[in-house]
Design a protein around this ligand. Structure first.
Ligand SMILES: [Mg+2]
Length: 222
């Protein structure tokens, strides 16, 4: 029987936070900005990084390059910096070899998310992807999960799993989309939200092991 699992991308399959920190330090040095600029830059791009973010950065630091150029450089810098652990890549291969459909459901700008999927090799390990910008809706919106499922040749009505680090967008959103959920806390406690995830594991590798170990036809709580 076909089974579906959707993964969040940032800070689930790849370490976006680490890449952003390194980028900010390099960006500040490259543009001869003050020491505290790196911290400000992290804050500016942390929540959401889109081309418009670089209009703000260009104005704030009085940079000569266009916002478009800064955005393009950011996309290539971040794509070059992020990594997906080899054991996660191998785990995704095992999932697909054992009958799973594997997808990515991610919020963000289409060009940078696709650049990250390409650079990490993830694009060759998944059946389908939905980037929020391409559907004009962001997780926790149902449309992002549905589009990712369809891109994998499946449907949400057949059930499946969502793996992610964000309690609201990944876990609440996934549950409301009819998926069972696996939460990766990245060091945080579960917040005061209506429903807990079905499982909690330290990283994507552990999530894959859990999916492979269970027959996933029954609901198991943490
Ligand atoms: Mg995330």
């Amino acid at each position: 029987m076909q089974r579906l699992v959707l993964f969040d991308l940032d800070n689930t399959l790849i370490d976006r936070n680490g890449a952003i920190h390194d980028w900010a330090v390099q960006f500040a040095a490259r543009h001869s900005l003050a020491d505290h600029a790196a911290t400000q830059l992290v804050e500016l791009v942390q929540e959401r990084a889109f081309p418009v973010t670089f209009e703000t950065i260009r104005a704030q630091y009085r940079l000569q390059l266009s916002a478009k150029s800064l955005w393009r450089q950011y996309c290539s810098d971040i794509a070059a910096a992020v990594r997906c652990p080899e054991r996660v890549l191998a785990g995704l291969d095992v999932l697909r070899a054992t009958g799973w459909r594997v997808g990515v459901a991610t919020n963000g700008a289409t060009d940078i998310q696709n650049a990250k999927l390409q650079a990490t090799g993830l694009i060759d390990r998944i059946d389908g992807v939905c980037v929020s910008e391409s559907v004009g809706a962001r997780k926790p919106a149902h449309a992002v999960f549905e589009t990712a499922a369809v891109a994998c040749g499946s449907l949400l009505s057949r059930g499946g799993w969502m793996v992610g680090d964000n309690p609201e967008t990944d876990i609440d959103g996934g549950r409301r989309a009819g998926l069972r959920t696996i939460w990766i806390p990245n060091g945080r406690a579960w917040p005061n939200r209506p429903a807990a995830p079905d499982h909690c594991v330290p990283d994507a590798e552990a999530a894959i092991a859990l999916l492979l170990a269970n027959d996933c036809s029954r609901s198991v709580t943490t």
